[in-house]
Write a protein that binds this ligand. Structure first.
Ligand code: ADP
Ligand code: ZN
Length: 512
């Protein structure tokens, strides 16, 4: 049977998507395989179809115990011999599944990574007695410290493929891994010459907008009045605020319900179902909402607060527009959020992990302050190249014009160098503009660069410096004091005369 035939006859789909077919072929040829594909892209078929075509059993490792039953039930409905083992089952149920496994009656077995852990290592001994032909590791980013959702129990998986009766290929899948994490997954799982399949992360139908957060509830109302009768998700940081905002929206005549991990299961299910059936239009939720939700007509995702990292932001905004129709992602940003979140992202007694999480927060804050294409930044984050103007983010829509910013960049970068990378944006701008203020050190007033940017307004300098930060020519250092430093690429501008293009809003022409 060919993979196309399985796709059609078992799953009822006409054709493969993204790189599913190549991925399946790679697995069938016995290669270790790494798949990076956005949520909803169709990762599951990449191991489910091989599982049905190979002799023996496929083990699927997944941390999402809550979703296992649904996944397995759906497979059973398609006539696939699937089963799961996890802590929600009683002893009898587990014993029954193990009997079925011994009888080779199961093709796909879903297990939580905890199963593989030391104290239950007799489970690994049990696996050794079975005829296993493939190991699929879902949510593979959980094995990496560099990912945003590290789970120590995943580390136990690195040896699994090697200890079985015969050498078994591994397929690792994730929807969320930046460049370092991708490499780390391959290393940690000890994948051998892995075939790597990366699908585009671009979601062309989602428009990205960031607005300075002022009076955020009024700003939200304003947005919702423009999107009346559409379905959407509003994410907030705290459980309390989900309830408060949902209540306020209800008072304003919107059809909104809260969702967070602290609500009774029955209430959560009720709100979720009502949202799926379009009986409730707006879900106001913490990040607890959305996992495994497949609602196609979500027209907008609003973030009232800054997400902790780009991975989460991308996942959450990605719940909009699954049907391919135009959708909005709106983020309200304030610097206060960055400080507030610092406490949240730090991981107790784990300095190394905290540092990584702080860096991820920083990259998120940088996204919010971008003056350049937001889509480009998101895609680059996941290791994908993209042209500078997407035409569908606020920055691109503000119709920037690109100007030759080489001279501007040279002035700014040499000021940063002359000031020994020890000063913040305001000081550098005052210095460039030749401010007579006493704040500028006398010693600095004698430097050659002092005043070379006098013809450019303060506001424009601020824009250009942000632009240079967005383009990685300058780096905002988040040490004790926020200072500007040179990026790696800066030397080419200063020493080799590399050309720099910067964007400038068209309107600026009329203002000056
Ligand atoms: P992921 O795990 O990547 O988030 P899933 O494997 O859950 O995505 O697939 C998302 C949805 O797309 C599911 O409803 C799935 O049945 C469907 N799907 C997957 N591949 C195809 C395909 N080739 N054609 C049509 N639908 C598909
Ligand atoms: Zn853009």
């Amino acid at each position: 049977m060919t993979s196309e035939k399985v796709l059609k006859e078992v799953f009822g789909y006409e054709s493969f998507r993204h790189r599913q077919k190549d991925t399946i072929n790679s697995v069938l040829q016995g290669n270790d395989t790494f798949v990076l594909m956005p949520t909803g892209g169709g990762k599951s078929l990449c191991y489910q179809i091989p599982a049905l075509m190979l002799e023996g059993l496929t083990i699927v490792i997944s941390p999402l115990i809550a979703l296992m039953k649904d996944q397995v039930d759906a497979l059973k409905l398609s006539g696939v011999a699937a089963a799961y083992l996890n802590s929600t089952q009683d002893h009898h149920e587990q014993a029954y599944i193990m009997d079925m496994l011994k009888l080779n009656e199961v093709k796909l077995l879903y297990v939580a990574p905890e199963r593989i852990l030391g104290k239950e290592s007799n489970f690994v001994d049990f696996l050794k007695t079975l005829d296993i032909s493939l190991i699929a590791i879902d949510e593979a980013h959980c094995i990496s410290h560099w990912g945003h959702d590290f789970r120590p129990e995943y580390l136990m998986l690195s040896e699994l493929a090697k200890v079985l009766k015969k050498k078994v290929p591994t397929i690792a899948l994730t929807a969320t891994a930046d460049k370092i994490t991708q490499k780390d997954i391959v290393d940690k799982l000890k994948l051998e010459n892995p075939q790597v399949f990366i699908s585009s992360f671009n979601r062309p139908n989602i428009q990205y907008h960031v607005t300075p957060k002022r009076n955020s509830f009024d700003q939200l109302l304003d947005f919702l009045h423009h999107n009346k009768d559409e379905s959407g998700i509003v994410y907030t940081l705290t459980r309390k605020s989900t309830e408060k905002i949902a209540n306020q929206l209800t008072e304003e005549g919107f059809n909104a319900k809260p969702y967070h991990a602290g609500l009774d299961t029955a209430v959560k299910t009720k709100h979720q179902e009502a949202f799926l059936k379009d009986e409730v239009k707006i879900i106001v939720a913490t990040i607890a909402f959305g996992m495994g939700i497949d609602k196609s007509n979500v027209r907008y995702v609003v973030h009232m607060d800054l997400p902790k990292n780009i991975e989460s932001y991308y996942q959450e905004t990605g719940r909009a527009g699954r049907d391919g129709l135009p959708s909005q992602a709106l983020l309200f940003f304030s610097f206060g959020d960055v400080f507030k979140l610092k406490g949240f992202v730090e991981i107790e007694d784990n300095q190394k992990q905290s540092a990584i999480m702080l860096q991820k927060l920083d990259q998120m804050a940088k996204y919010a302050q971008l003056k350049t294409c937001r889509r480009k930044y998101l895609l680059n984050y996941f290791g994908e190249e993209f042209a500078i103007h997407c035409g569908a983010c606020d920055n691109c829509l503000n119709t920037f014009e690109t100007i030759d910013g080489t001279e501007i960049a040279q002035k700014a970068l040499s000021a940063v160098t002359r000031l020994e990378e020890r000063f913040g944006v305001n000081y550098i701008i005052d210095f460039l503009r030749g401010s007579k203020s006493e704040k500028i050190w006398d010693r600095h007033k004698n430097l050659k660069t002092y005043g070379v940017g006098a013809e450019i307004s303060k506001e424009d300098w601020r824009h250009y410096i942000n632009e240079l930060i967005g383009l990685d020519y300058l780096i905002r250092d988040n040490g004790q004091y926020p200072v500007l430093k040179l990026g790696k690429k800066s030397w080419d501008v200063l020493n080799k005369g590399e050309k720099v293009s910067v964007n400038q809003p068209i309107t600026q022409r009329y203002e000056t």
